[in-house]
Ligand binder design. Sequence first.
Ligand code: SF4
Length: 315
Amino acid sequence: MSFGEMTDLPRTLREDLDSRFSLYSTGVSARQEDPDGTVKLRFTLGDGAKVEGVLLSDGDGRRTACISSQAGCAMGCVFCKTGSLGFLRNLNSAEIVEQFLHLRREAAGPDREGPELANVVFMGMGEPLLNLPELRRALGIITDPGGLGLSKRRITLSTAGIIRGIRDLADNGPEVRLAVSLTAADEALRRALMPVTAANPLPRLKEALASYQEKAGRRITLEAVLLGGINTRPRDAAALADFARGLDVAVNLIPWNPAEGLSFEGRPLREPAPAEAEAFSRELARRGLTVTRRLRKGLKISGACGQLGELSVDP
Ligand code: SF4
């Protein structure tokens, strides 16, 4: 939407408004398109900080917007490019809603005849549960029938496992879908891969998920980023199955997407070999878990999961 499109206003007024005011506090400062159809937009915020959002298409032409909740991220997951940038600041609700609008416009295309967004996932830059008040405000606007009108069931919030935030979400909503980036269910390995584990240990995380599930009555997705030679052993599958026991979960496997400069214990990270990922998936299924594999999208434009943040987020 722009002042120019408000054709019920006189042209001179529209031009005057356009020259003096802006409808958006954010702008799209770069656009990259992958041959697989994934589009990554870089947003420049009012203070010059930068975040990224991604528009993904599935095989049936449905579009999913992946939105950022923070500029940078303080969580420091070793396998994630955003984590290597450090944390700049929380986004405000307007900056979150505007990403939705920019990506919706991208999905609609120049003739405005493209599909509506089918899903929104908060899996971009940042830890959404550490910005819950602004996220709530933004989701209120995105889901309000008098606002942007997207069903809450079409929204997924992905957390690295912030226990306080999961409890807050269970008590106070909004009733969106929850995904937890688990990646390793062995406490020591997870601590090394995801430092957030130190303050949010796995047994307490499981308790919080159980109580969330009791209140929300919804299946939770456990995401596991598969890191070649690190968390794909049969004993890692066994630990994951142990963690899942008693919870209603589906496991989403995400083969690690290469991002430069990331290492673990002095060795560069590597993608899992196809057979390695397949064996891990089979082992989980053998243990009775529902397993899905994330389609790899946007690799060539560093728009895939864990790759966001090629540029500094700083103003
Ligand atoms: S995976 Fe998510 S929580 Fe972890 S560093 Fe990246 S953006 Fe932050």
